[in-house]
Ligand binder design. Structure first.
Ligand code: ADP
Ligand code: MG
Length: 451
């Protein structure tokens, strides 16, 4: 019996005072759920319903609570917040104190330290997205909300999001930055529903300073998750908290994303990461090579290798990076410099799959141009040699250079039968054995179509 009991008895009054100071909803979320347990040699203890609540209160309201309890008893030297399942008071606190939330619940998905701003190569296609990410990473006033980053796969969305979170973690450790994928958001939501911890879930997501959700297209069509996301989103925007979203396409183009959500998303700044261009790919290769050199030791890269890769692997930076990594590993294994020959050997699969896709229509157009005939004649019924020969060459190239079947090619040649196509292909194969002019024509056309 001592000052501890005295403070505990007065806790209800102190808590009421705090309500007017910090506002109804903060009070409801953070102060009301605390249970004052009493004191032990200068330490006044509170029980919080979860570690998350405890940490949060300590971080945010410690001084206000401390000042007030000190005014009741000057013997309080320190506050402590514990989490545990001791018997609950009967009056249910506003935040249902279900089982203590594990502290990982607050944690972001793991961040990859390599995905920082220093390692992000900036070029025309991504300069706007980069500038916007930089701005958000300053952690200053919220100027656009949300920041919506979109673009095709492997263009650096996740990299930029990690970079923002890493930078803020360093510069503004006071801010709670929560980064996770939309899939993780949904997983936690479903779990909270199942475990009847939905209030904890809501409080958690509404109490962060910045929320970053990657690949938001994932929740499209998942109705209750979308709904919850929308409420979270609105609550944070109302509190002027920064939100950063990524998706594989523009908000309005995400199928099954509710219209009200997509229109809220467009209220902020929507920026896209464009497909890479040659200069950017070259820059990325040089930067990654410098990074890899740290793990593989210095490796000599032959002339023209970077240029060749930047020219040939055009779709996805991740694939480009994988190709380079493979070359480094191979080169360090056999102790030779990376040459163009090694590139061909070592990356034949990647190079094949990233070959430019040629369409039957392009082939027809190029062949018609080359032999100076009309496209309509190429597709039409005329059988004169000056037209039939180029037509057969186009059939042959279509078979060789595309993955279309003979019937599919036939349909594209004015609805011809697949046996006609087969006949044309055979004819050209046969003639190639003896006709060097024909061979030259075909090789030239092939190069034109591949470039
Ligand atoms: P997304 O999330 O858009 O699919 P990622 O951010 O995962 O793409 O990027 C794929 C890979 O490419 C990552 O390893 C990333 O570091 C790299 N990458 C993409 N763009 C750049 C860039 N501009 N500079 C450096 N690395 C990049
Ligand atoms: Mg990604």
């Amino acid at each position: 019996m001592g000052w501890g009991k005295m403070v505990a008895d007065q806790w209800a009054g102190i808590s009421e005072d705090l309500r007017s100071e910090i506002g109804e909803s903060n009070h409801k979320n953070w102060i009301a759920p605390l249970e004052c347990l009493g004191a032990d040699s200068g330490v006044l203890r509170f029980r919080a319903p979860s570690r998350f609540v405890g940490d949060w209160v300590k971080r945010t309201y410690h001084d206000q609570i401390f000042a007030r309890v000190r005014s009741v008893s000057a013997e309080v030297a320190r506050l402590e917040f514990v989490v545990g399942d001791a018997p609950r008071r009967m009056a249910a606190p506003a935040v249902a104190p279900v089982k203590p939330a594990p502290s990982e619940e607050l944690q972001s998905a793991p961040l990859d330290g390599k995905y920082n701003f220093d390692n992000f190569v900036v070029g025309k296609p991504n300069e706007l997205a980069h500038a916007a990410a930089r701005r958000v990473a300053e952690g200053g006033n919220v100027t656009f909300n949300p920041l919506f980053l979109y673009g095709g796969v492997g263009l650096g969305k996740t990299h930029l999001m990690h970079a923002i979170a890493l930078e803020l973690r360093e510069k503004r450790p006071d801010l709670q930055v929560l980064y996770l994928s939309a899939a993780q958001f949904m997983y936690r939501f479903v779990q909270a529903l199942r475990d009847r911890e939905i209030m904890d879930f809501k409080n958690l997501f509404r109490s962060v300073d910045m929320l970053m959700v990657d690949d938001v297209q994932f929740i499209a069509g998942k109705d209750s998750t979308q709904e919850e996301f929308f409420h979270t989103f609105n609550a944070l925007v109302d509190q002027n908290k920064q939100i950063v979203i990524s998706a594989d396409r523009a908000p309005g183009e995400i199928k099954d994303l509710e219209a009200r959500i997509s229109s809220r998303m467009q209220c902020g700044l929507v920026v896209d990461l464009h497909p890479t261009n040659y200069e950017l790919r070259l820059g990325i290769l040089q930067r990654k090579a410098a990074q890899f050199a740290q793990s593989y030791g210095s490796i000599k890269i032959g002339d023209g290798v970077f240029e060749f890769l930047a020219h040939r692997i055009t779709t996805n930076v991740r694939v480009l990076e994988g190709a380079l990594q493979r070359l480094f590993a191979f080169s360090s294994l056999i102790g030779q410099e990376v040459s163009l020959d090694m590139v061909q050997d070592c990356l034949s699969d990647i190079l094949r799959s990233s070959e430019r896709r040629v369409t039957v229509e392009e082939i027809q157009r190029k062949v018609a141009e080359h032999f100076n005939i009309r496209l309509s004649d190429m597709l039409g019924p005329k059988r004169t040699r000056t037209i039939a020969r180029p037509r057969q060459i186009a059939m042959y190239l279509s078979k060789e250079m595309t993955s279309r079947s003979l019937p599919e090619i036939g349909r594209r040649f004015g609805g011809r039968d697949h046996t006609t196509i087969l006949h044309g292909v055979r004819k050209v194969e046969e003639m190639r054995g003896s006709d060097s002019q024909l061979n030259e024509d075909i090789e030239l056309l092939r190069r034109l179509l591949e470039s």
